[in-house]
Ligand binder design. Structure first.
Ligand code: ADP
Ligand code: MG
Length: 698
C-alpha cells in the first residue's frame, strides 16, 4: 500500500496538476481567475479543458459531468461522454472550453419553488473554478453553479459564493480602516464535523421505514441504550474500523482532508471531521463525503444513516459547522492577538458576529430547518431551537468590563487593564467545552451546532456570512465617517455589547429554565418546527439583508421559501404513508399471528387439562386484541389526516396542518405498535428491532 502523501488528491485536477499540465501563461491566467475572480477568456478555457480531458482520459475517464447542488440537498450530475466521431468511423476524445464553462442540463424536474415553469426547462450550469475538478467512477466531475434562464440561482453554491463575496467586501473595508493595505481577499473557512450511524445492510433491507425515509418510524426502546456512555470515544469495532480506513482512502484520493474519526455518544453512531478549508470547498467536500460514506458502506455490508434522528431515544446526528474568517495573508480574524491593536481588531470581528447572530437568529434557525432536524432542535435534545452564543466565562467577563468601562483583572496575571486592549492571551483549554450551546466560540472560531447531519452546510454559511457582512457594513459606515477612529471604535464595541448581550448565554442550553428565560426575559426567538420559522424568511428585515448584499433576489427568496416548505411536507407525507403501510401490512398481521397461536395454545391446554383457566393466554390475547384495534383505528385516523391536506390551499397551510395533525397522528400510531413489540416474541415481529440495529455491527 502506497503512503498517503503519494495518493492524496490523485483523483483531483488540483494546483499541482495544473502547474504540470498547463503552459505558464495559461496557468497564470487561471490562477488569477481562481484567486481574484478575474474573467476567463475562451482561449484559456480551451487550453484548460484540453488539459483536464487528457489528464482524465489517461486515468480511464470516459465521461464528464457538470456537478451541481440543486435544492434537493443532494448533488446532481448528468454525464456526457468525451467521444466525438472521426471521419474514419472511429471516435476521438474531445472536450472544449465551452463545454467546461457552461452546461445546459434539462432542469425541469429540479425543485425551483415556482421560479421556473416546467415548460422553460432550460437551466445553466457554470463552472466554479475555485473548486477543483475531480474524477469519480470514470467521470470527470466539474463543480458548477446552477441557474435558470434569467440567471436566477437554482442551487446552493451560487448564493454561497455571493455571501462569501459580501463578507469579503465588507471585511476589506474594515481592514483598510485598521491601516491594512496588503490583504486582497478575506475568506471564511469551515470544518464540518459529520455525525452518522452505521447499521447492518441485511437488517436495513428488512425495514421499509429505513429504506424509504432514512429513519425508524417504529421501534421499542431496547433494554440497553446509550445510558452507560460506553460507546463515546470507545474502541472502534473491527468492521467499523475497516469501513473508516476504506472511507479515508477514498476521501484522501479526492483531496478531502479527512482527519478525525471516533465513536459518538449513541451506540452505532460515529463522527468524521476533516481539516477546515475555504467555505465553498468545504461545502463541496462535505457533499462528496456524505456520498462516499454511503458508497463505501455498501462495500462493507453496511448502510450509513445520515438522517438527523434515525432512532428515537438515542442521540440524533448533527453537523458542527466550525467557522472562522481569515485573510489571504493567513491571519485568522477571530483569533485573539498579542497586541492591543490586534485585540481591538479581534474584538470588532467578535462583536460583528455577536450582533449578526442576535439580529438574524431567525435566519440561522431557518437555514437549518428540515423535517429531520426538527426532531433534534424542537425536542429535548442538543442543541435547542433557541439560538444563543456561548463565549466562555473569561471572554464574557472581559466583555462585561468593556460594557461598564470597568477594569478587568486578568485570570492569568492578576494584572488590571482597561479598554479594548485588555484581552489576555487565551489558553486554548480555557475556552471550555460547552456542548449544549447552538453557537459556541471555541478559541479562534465559532462552532454552529444546529446544522442537521443530512443537510448541506451551504445554507447555514450563506446566512452566517451575510449576517456578519451586514454587521461589518454598519461598522465600516460608522468608522469611515468618524472624527477619531479609536474613540469611535471603543464606543461601537461597547454599544454592541450593550445592545446584544441578551444573545450571550454560557449556561446549559438543554435546560427548560433556559428556554423560558430566553423567550420570556430576553425576548429571543423560539421556533421549534420548520413551519414556525420558514415563513420569516420573507420578513422585511430579512429580505432587506439578503437583497442588499446581493445574495438573493426577492424572487429567489420566495422560491427558497416554497421549496423548503415543500420538502418538509413531502418528507413527512412519505413517512406517514410508510407508517400506515407497515402498520397495516406488517405489524397488525404479526400481532394477529401471535394472538392466534396464543389462543390455540389455550385451546390445546384446555383439551389436555379440562377447566384450565389459561390466565396468561387469555390476558395476552385480550391485550393483543386491544392493541390491534387501537392500531387499526390510528392508521385510519392518520390516513384521514393525510387526506384532509387536500384542502390546505397553499404550502404554508399544508405544512402547518402536517405539524398539527399528521405528526401527532404518527406518534399516536407508533405508541401501540411499540407496546405490541414488547410483548410479541421476536419470531413474529416482522423486522429487526432497535437492539438488533444498534448493536448488530461487530
Ligand atoms: P471537537 O469535536 O473537539 O469540536 P474536532 O477536531 O472534531 O473538534 O473538529 C473541529 C473542527 O474544526 C475540524 O474540522 C477543524 O479542522 C475545524 N477547525 C479548526 N480550526 C478552525 C478554524 N480556524 N476555522 C474553521 N474551522 C476550524
Ligand atoms: Mg468532533
Amino acid at each position: 500500500m502506497a503512503a498517503v502523501p503519494e495518493y492524496f488528491g490523485s483523483m483531483v485536477f488540483d494546483d499541482r496538476v495544473m502547474k504540470a499540465n498547463l503552459s505558464a501563461e495559461v496557468y497564470r491566467s487561471l490562477r488569477k481567475t481562481i484567486d481574484e475572480g478575474a474573467k476567463l477568456n475562451i482561449g484559456v478555457a480551451n487550453a484548460v479543458a484540453q488539459a483536464m480531458k487528457d489528464w482524465a482520459v489517461a486515468r480511464g475517464a470516459t465521461h464528464f459531468t457538470h456537478w451541481f447542488q440543486p435544492l434537493t440537498g443532494v448533488t446532481a450530475e448528468k454525464h456526457d461522454s468525451f467521444i466525438s466521431p472521426s471521419p474514419d468511423g472511429g471516435v476521438i476524445m474531445e472536450f472544449s472550453g465551452k463545454e467546461l464553462i457552461q452546461g445546459e442540463p434539462d432542469a425541469s424536474s429540479f425543485p425551483s419553488g415556482g421560479l421556473r415553469a416546467t415548460f422553460e426547462a432550460r437551466g445553466y450550469t457554470a463552472w466554479d473554478p475555485t473548486s477543483y475538478a475531480f474524477l469519480k467512477d470514470k467521470t470527470l466531475c466539474i463543480p458548477t453553479a446552477f441557474c435558470g434562464y434569467n440567471g436566477e440561482a437554482l442551487d446552493k453554491k451560487t448564493p454561497l459564493l455571493r455571501s462569501m463575496e459580501a463578507l469579503n467586501r465588507q471585511a476589506l473595508r474594515i481592514l483598510r480602516l485598521f491601516g491594512n493595505t496588503e490583504v486582497k481577499r478575506v475568506n471564511t473557512a469551515v470544518g464540518p464535523e459529520q455525525e452518522y450511524f452505521l447499521v447492518d445492510a441485511d437488517m436495513w433491507a428488512k425495514r421499509r421505514d429505513l429504506r424509504f425515509t432514512g429513519r425508524t418510524l417504529f421501534g421499542a426502546k431496547p433494554p440497553k441504550g446509550q445510558e452507560m456512555d460506553d460507546h463515546y470515544f470507545g474502541t472502534i469495532k473491527p468492521r467499523v474500523a475497516a469501513y473508516m480506513a476504506d472511507l479515508n482512502d477514498e476521501l484522501w484520493k479526492l483531496g478531502i482532508l479527512a482527519k478525525t474519526q471516533h465513536n459518538e455518544v449513541a451506540p452505532a453512531q460515529h463522527e468524521l471531521a476533516p481539516i477546515y478549508t475555504t467555505n465553498n470547498i468545504a461545502t463541496d467536500h462535505n457533499q462528496l463525503t456524505m456520498e462516499m460514506m454511503q458508497k463505501v458502506a455498501a462495500r462493507h455490508g453496511l448502510v450509513c444513516l445520515l438522517h438527523e434522528k434515525p432512532f428515537v431515544g438515542v442521540n440524533g446526528s448533527g453537523k458542527h459547522n466550525n467557522w472562522s474568517i481569515s485573510t489571504d495573508t493567513g491571519v485568522n480574524l477571530l483569533s485573539p492577538g498579542e497586541t492591543p491593536y490586534e485585540n481591538a481588531q479581534f474584538l470588532l470581528f467578535l462583536c460583528a458576529v455577536i450582533k449578526a447572530v442576535d439580529d438574524y437568529q431567525d435566519l440561522l434557525r431557518i437555514s437549518v430547518a428540515t423535517a429531520g432536524n426538527d426532531h433534534r432542535l424542537g425536542a429535548n435534545e442538543a442543541p435547542p431551537a433557541v439560538v444563543s452564543v456561548f463565549l466562555g466565562d473569561e471572554l464574557a467577563a472581559i466583555l462585561g468590563c468593556i460594557e461598564h468601562d470597568a477594569p478587568y483583572t486578568s485570570i492569568d496575571t492578576g494584572k488590571v487593564r482597561l479598554g479594548v486592549d485588555v484581552l489576555p492571551k487565551f489558553r486554548r483549554d480555557t475556552t471550555d467545552r460547552n456542548r449544549t450551546s447552538p453557537f459556541a466560540f471555541t478559541g479562534n472560531k465559532f462552532e454552529f451546532r444546529m446544522v442537521g447531519s443530512a443537510d448541506s452546510i451551504a445554507c447555514a454559511n450563506i446566512m452566517l456570512n451575510t449576517a456578519v457582512a451586514e454587521s461589518l457594513r454598519v461598522y465600516a459606515d460608522r468608522l469611515e465617517g468618524a472624527q477619531d477612529f479609536q474613540t469611535a471604535l471603543q464606543a461601537m464595541i461597547r454599544k454592541t455589547i450593550q445592545d446584544h448581550k441578551r444573545i450571550i448565554f454560557n449556561g446549559n442550553g438543554y435546560d427548560d429554565a433556559w428556554i423560558k428565560e430566553a423567550v420570556e426575559k430576553r425576548g429571543l426567538l423560539n421556533y421549534p418546527a420548520t413551519p414556525d420559522c420558514v415563513p420569516h424568511l420573507l420578513d422585511e428585515k430579512n429580505v432587506a439583508l439578503l437583497t442588499s448584499h446581493q445574495v438573493f433576489t426577492k424572487t429567489e427568496l420566495v422560491s427558497r421559501y416554497e421549496v423548503t416548505l415543500e420538502n418538509y411536507c413531502k418528507t413527512i407525507l412519505i413517512e406517514a404513508n410508510t407508517m400506515a403501510d407497515m402498520a397495516r401490512t406488517e405489524i397488525i398481521p404479526a400481532i394477529q399471528a401471535f394472538a392466534l397461536d396464543t389462543a390455540k395454545t389455550a385451546a390445546a391446554k384446555r383439551e389436555l387439562v379440562p377447566g384450565c383457566p389459561c390466565g396468561c393466554e387469555t390476558e395476552l390475547v385480550k391485550k393483543l386484541s386491544a392493541l390491534t384495534d387501537e392500531i387499526y383505528r390510528e392508521v385510519g385516523a392518520l390516513e384521514e389526516a393525510v387526506l384532509a391536506l387536500g384542502s390546505a390551499g397553499d404550502v404554508k397551510a399544508e405544512a402547518e396542518m402536517i405539524r398539527d395533525t399528521v405528526l401527532p397522528g404518527m406518534s399516536r400510531l407508533r405508541l401501540p405498535c411499540d407496546q405490541a413489540e414488547t410483548i410479541t416474541p421476536k419470531k413474529y415481529w416482522p423486522f429487526p428491532t432497535y437492539g438488533d440495529l444498534l448493536f448488530g455491527v461487530r
